[in-house]
Design a protein around this ligand. Structure first.
Ligand SMILES: Cc1cc2nc3c(=O)[nH]c(=O)nc-3n(C[C@H](O)[C@H](O)[C@H](O)COP(=O)(O)OP(=O)(O)OC[C@H]3O[C@@H](n4cnc5c(N)ncnc54)[C@H](O)[C@@H]3O)c2cc1C
Length: 335
């Protein structure tokens, strides 16, 4: 198989952190290649288009508290990619909790943000990286097909356990202290049921239900949210972390039936089609104290993603921006 001198930086992961880092690097003049194993871009900013409905089944909304991130969000709003969705949602007891903080979402689904960011970048999807190793003072990255790409620096944005596993495929001497710190970062799993209903749901405007508990932690009506144009409601049901962990191996039909039974008071119409998605890594249970982690020797390596500095969509965005800036400080990065 051939080796291409692909880029100044190879970014593994076309989630929000990887795409924002890649965009920043490219606009500063770096050659960037983004590789992702998924069918499309976005990672956990995920929107599934089923036969009838459209479902946001990963991240549901995001905040923009940081001034730097708020400016980005304003630009996405101006581009028609993002909209302000809500300042609160209904709770399990039927009361409405408004805390005044704006939650944003993608106009046509959360993945539309990633699609917007990926424009103009060299992003290869359906491309699973299986090996990363150093080559001189740079990197050699091998994908499932056996093809190799080389770069001066590597940015890893998958969930931390996946990044660490990838590093074990090669020869990189990750300092023990760093490996120990990163090894402590675990994520909550999340089982997600996607239910297409025959008619409307009973989830009140603006289309979200905050349960914050077990066995269901969240429900959303993607029709009410403005994401699904199908005739019936397209409902996302997220199980809480305890239920998700306990039922990780339970067959799909049993998990779906159990969660639909809990959700029943809010469904209002019969489910005509369901799917189950198993998120092994949904939210980090602890985070690394800095927005990215840079290892300079023997070849430049940066870790980023929502486990760095702050969790969730906003944390992932800030981590990606920080990682891009940190890479640009590495002498000789840009050819
Ligand atoms: C069910 C669920 C609900 C959530 N709800 C919210 C919410 O309401 N609000 C909020 O702010 N956040 C929420 N989040 C969290 C939010 O989605 C994440 O914090 C954020 O999207 C993480 O972005 P990231 O770039 O760090 O990682 P990711 O989006 O996970 O991107 C990493 C990418 O790396 C790729 N990858 C991994 N291994 C390889 C490999 N070997 N080769 C190639 N590619 C690889 C993956 O395919 C993925 O695309 C939720 C997440 C889930 C799953």
């Amino acid at each position: 198989m051939s080796t291409e001198l692909a880029a100044d930086v190879i970014v593994i992961g076309a989630g929000l952190s990887g795409l924002l880092a890649a965009a920043g690097l490219q606009s500063a003049g770096a050659r960037v290649l983004v590789l992702d194993k998924g069918r499309g871009v976005g990672g956990r900013l995920a929107t599934r288009r089923a036969d009838a409905g459209v479902f946001d089944h990963g991240a549901q909304f995001f905040t923009a508290r940081d001034p730097q991130f708020r400016l980005r969000v304003q630009a996405w709003q101006a581009a028609g990619t993002v909209k302000a969705w809500a300042t609160g949602f209904t709770l399990a007891d039927g009361s409405f909790k408004r805390d005044g903080e704006t939650r944003f979402c993608g106009v046509t689904g959360m993945s539309s943000i990633a699609k917007h960011l990926a424009q103009g970048l060299d992003v290869r999807v359906n491309t699973k990286v299986v090996r990363v190793e150093t080559e001189g003072r740079g990197w050699l990255v091998t994908i499932e097909s056996g093809e190799c790409f080389s770069s001066r620096a590597l940015l890893l944005t998958p969930p931390v356990p996946q990044s660490l596993e990838l590093l074990t495929t090669g020869d990189f001497p990750l300092p023990e202290r760093v490996r120990g710190e990163l090894g402590k970062i675990e994520y909550a799993p999340c089982l997600a049921v996607l239910a297409q209903l025959s008619g409307s749901s009973l989830i009140p405007e603006p289309g979200g239900l905050w349960f914050d508990g077990e066995p269901v932690s969240w429900m959303a009506d993607n029709q009410c949210k403005g994401v699904s144009a199908a005739a019936g409601a397209a409902v996302t049901i997220h199980a809480g972390p305890q239920f998700s962990r306990a039922h990780w191996e339970t067959p799909e039909c049993a998990v779906t039936a159990a969660l639909l039974a809990v959700a029943a008071p809010w469904l209002g119409s019969a489910p005509v089609q369901t799917q189950l998605h198993r998120w092994r890594y949904s939210l980090p249970l602890r985070t690394y104290p800095e927005r990215c982690l840079v290892v300079r020797e023997p070849a430049p390596l940066v870790f980023a993603g929502d486990a760095f500095g702050g969790s969730r969509v906003e944390g992932a965005a800030l981590s990606g921006l920080a990682a891009g800036a940190a890479l640009l400080e590495i002498p000789g990065l840009i050819a």
